[in-house]
Design a protein around this ligand. Structure first.
Ligand code: GLA
Length: 383
């Protein structure tokens, strides 16, 4: 993809900037400095799943498990240094093995929707597993979120690799995908994606964490203040497939160019809000294509906790957990009600394989895809 070449992977200076946190040996297996590993459980097929903890010296701590390359916890400071876990999830592997709406996982091979589960590439039509009405969503019936990834410790980083076979869920080409998680001393969670394929294919990898900066399970996210660096978004049809239009946010409930509370217009009497049952739309990021750029800023007024999302991707799906309904019991017994989280899924636009005018999500045989997204949690305003 054209974005790949331009990406100056922020690995530059990364190793140098990471002073490693002390190990918390206890009963856990000691790994690289700042990395802990423990057995989390086993899948129904008996595969073991490990849970890694990445930490820095400021108390920021991130849990990542090998099933789905999933972020299971994200403990970050607020303005006063108080730490809270700001992502939704489960305490046990069993929770993740059950049905849930992609909490914390990496979605792939193609995150978001492909209309009717069909696309053509190089003159061949491919048919995908359809799992969302008439459409393919988040990689199909058994996407990357339901696979056990192979882990490798790389200094302070955790590298997770999954090999998706040619034809899996209908996608062409054997694709080797690697997701690298790093926690930096600047209170960042960096997620770097890389992939190669042996046949031309399409690809859209993202992380599907649900955030609540007031603490997971601590109510809805309507008071969070959001800024999105986008003048346009991609309106959708009733199946949440983009119509192809890049519509100005001007004068709509989708205008987050100035800091605005999520709840202010989430129930606006606008067709697009009704179709999404709130926000569930892709934003066309301004100035994409030049490396990592700030896409979204979120502040939770009560705690003062701030999250900055930067990405090399051209789009971000802003989703306000409109499908959560109180049936899921998450970490610490918290019940996840509608709009108890929000997602900022950095991505190529939904249905790009059927939209030649959208930035291409195709990956050529032998080429390398590289992209990155950084979630930063400044400990104090301006830091
Ligand atoms: C994405 C989609 C939503 C929904 C969630 C998972 O954000 O855009 O419509 O499918 O994933 O529930």
């Amino acid at each position: 993809m054209s974005w790949s070449g331009k990406l100056v992977l922020a690995a530059c200076g990364l190793a140098a900037s990471i002073a490693c946190a002390p190990n918390h040996a206890s009963r856990n297996e000691v790994s690289a400095p700042g990395l802990k590993k423990q057995l989390f459980g086993r899948t129904a097929a008996g595969e073991s799943v490990d849970l890694y903890t990445l930490a820095n010296s400021h108390g920021m701590e991130v849990g990542v498990m090998t099933y789905g390359a999933t972020v299971t916890s994200l403990k970050v400071p607020d303005a006063k240094g108080n730490i809270a876990d700001v992502v939704l999830g489960f305490d046990t592997l069993e929770g993740y093995l059950g049905a849930h709406p992609y909490l914390g996982v990496v979605v792939g091979r193609y995150g978001n929707r492909i209309a009717k589960g069909r696309f053509s590439l190089g003159g061949v039509e491919y048919r995908l597993a359809v799992n969302n009405g008439a459409n393919a969503l988040h990689g199909g019936l058994k996407g990357f979120d339901k696979q056990v990834w192979r882990a490798k410790e790389a200094g302070p980083s955790l590298e997770l690799t999954y090999v998706s076979k040619d034809g899996e869920e209908g996608y062409p080409g054997t694709l080797t995908a690697t997701v690298t998680y790093t926690v930096t001393e600047r209170n960042e969670l960096r997620i770097e994606y890389s992939a190669v394929t042996d046949k031309d294919t399409v690809l859209n990898l993202t992380n599907h964490s649900y955030f609540n900066l007031g603490g997971q399970g601590e109510g809805d996210i309507l008071s969070h203040i959001v800024t999105i660096n986008a003048d346009r978004f991609t309106p959708v049809d009733s199946g949440l497939i983009p119509t192809g239009e890049l519509r100005s946010v001007q004068g709509t409930a989708f205008d987050f160019r100035k800091p605005t509370a999520i709840g202010e217009r989430i129930d606006a009497a606008e067709e697009q809000i009704k179709l999404g049952r709130g926000y569930d739309h892709n934003y066309v990021l301004n100035g994409a294509g030049g490396g990592l750029a700030l896409a979204v800023t979120v502040t939770e007024p009560k705690s003062g906790r701030v999250m900055l999302v930067s990405t090399t991707e051209p789009g971000v799906q802003f989703y306000t957990a409109n499908f959560l309904d109180g049936t899921l019991k998450g970490k610490g017994g918290k019940v996840y009600q509608r709009r108890y989280g929000f997602c900022t899924e950095t991505q190529h636009f939904p249905d790009s394989p059927n939209r030649p005018d959208f930035p291409s999500a195709a990956l050529k045989a032998g080429a390398r895809h590289q992209s990155a997204t950084v979630f930063k949690f400044p400990a104090a305003p301006g830091s």
